[in-house]
Design a binder for this molecule. Structure first.
Ligand code: PHE
Length: 340
């Protein structure tokens, strides 16, 4: 039996030394120490020994068991460490690999221009207001000194939803709403979408954008109008830009003007952008008609004001030298990406 024990000790020792992983180690533990293991089998034979031999062999067997247990424990530590090292090596992250760039969205050029213009007017003390895109005939025309049969309505043929309900053809509709609800001094701008039943081409679209401006106070004159709009034009197009006021007509302003700026593409000599004119028309404006003030409950004997309507699409196309207004509405990402 002693020999047998020694043989088990030796075999187990060698097997444990050469075992390669934790799984194999566990199999060896069962093989030698398990209930049906080799050492257990020998201990079961102890009953057949003489009383003198039994304690001696018992002690031997315990030594062998302790030896194997100790060996298993130390191998377990070693193999565990090895397994961990292997896992760490496999999971290593190469922090020098360049990252994948995130595709960033950007603002639409019209939004960029609108926001720039809002901040120009805000710095001059204007509030930003919003007006509805679906309007009544009253706000879009009637209250702006355009009675039902007025011939100037032809210039702004729009889309009707019902008899007196339409898509606004001009942000001027917001003027009336503001004057009805605020007392002078009034200083507002109202950017937004407007609609006209125009055929689509390179310079026309049935949907486009305007920014209305309105100032009403005591003693407002045409000089204030000129000063504000000149300042605005210089901030948008640069201080060297020339500004030209041409007499014009709008039913809700008197006198009325159209404002041109010298073409920023050619400096005024004439090119494709300005169609050879050297000038680009950017807005309509004028002194608020006394009829409009009166209609909104403001006494024209006490107060006066000026209003303007800027074409945002025109400002955008000239600023970025975009040759076709349709590009602003088609939303081709290859076009839009250029403004990020
Ligand atoms: N609403 C006019 C247009 O759409 C522009 C304008 C606004 C003119 C305010 C004068 C004053 O053509």
């Amino acid at each position: 039996m002693e020999q047998l024990l020694e043989q088990i000790r030796k075999q187990a020792g060698e097997a444990l030394d050469s075992c390669a992983d934790l799984k194999e180690l566990d199999e060896l533990r069962i093989k030698y120490l398990g209930k049906k293991g080799e050492l257990t089998a020998i201990l079961k034979q102890m009953g057949g020994l003489s009383p003198e031999e039994r304690p001696v062999m018992g002690q031997r067997a315990n030594e062998v068991r302790a030896y194997i247990e100790e060996k298993i424990k130390s191998r377990m530590d070693e193999l565990g460490k090895k397994a961990l090292e292997m896992r760490l090596a496999q999971e290593t992250i190469d922090i020098t690999i360049p990252g994948r760039r995130q595709q960033m969205g950007g603002l639409h050029p019209l939004s960029i221009v609108t926001e720039d213009m809002i901040s120009i007017f805000q710095s001059m003390g204007f509030d930003v207001v919003d007006g509805p895109e679906i309007e009544t005939d009253y706000y879009n025309f009637e209250a702006l000194n355009l009675p039902k049969d007025h011939p100037a309505r032809d210039m702004q043929d729009t889309f009707y939803i019902a008899e007196n309900i339409l898509l606004r053809s001009q942000t001027s509709a917001a003027q009336v709403r503001v004057m009805e609800t605020r007392k002078p001094p009034i200083r507002i701008i109202c950017p937004g979408r407007v609609f006209r039943s125009d055929e689509v081409d390179a310079t026309h679209s049935p949907v486009f954008h305007q920014m209305e401006g309105l100032v009403v106070d005591r003693g407002i004159t045409m000089c204030d109008l000129k000063g504000v709009l000149e300042q605005f034009a210089h901030e948008v197009y640069g201080p060297e830009t020339q500004v030209r006021f041409r007499p014009s007509f709008f039913p809700f302003t008197e006198p009325s003007v159209e404002v041109d700026v010298s073409c920023s593409a050619c400096g005024g000599t004439g090119c494709k952008v300005c169609k050879g004119a050297g000038w680009i028309e950017i807005l309509g404006a004028g002194m608020v008609h006394p009829n409009v003030l009166r209609c909104c409950g403001i006494d024209p004997e006490v107060y006066s004001g000026f209003a303007f309507g800027i074409g945002l699409d025109r400002i955008t196309t000239t600023r970025y030298k975009i040759s076709d207004i349709r590009l602003l509405f088609e939303n081709d990402v290859r076009f839009l990406e250029q403004f990020q």
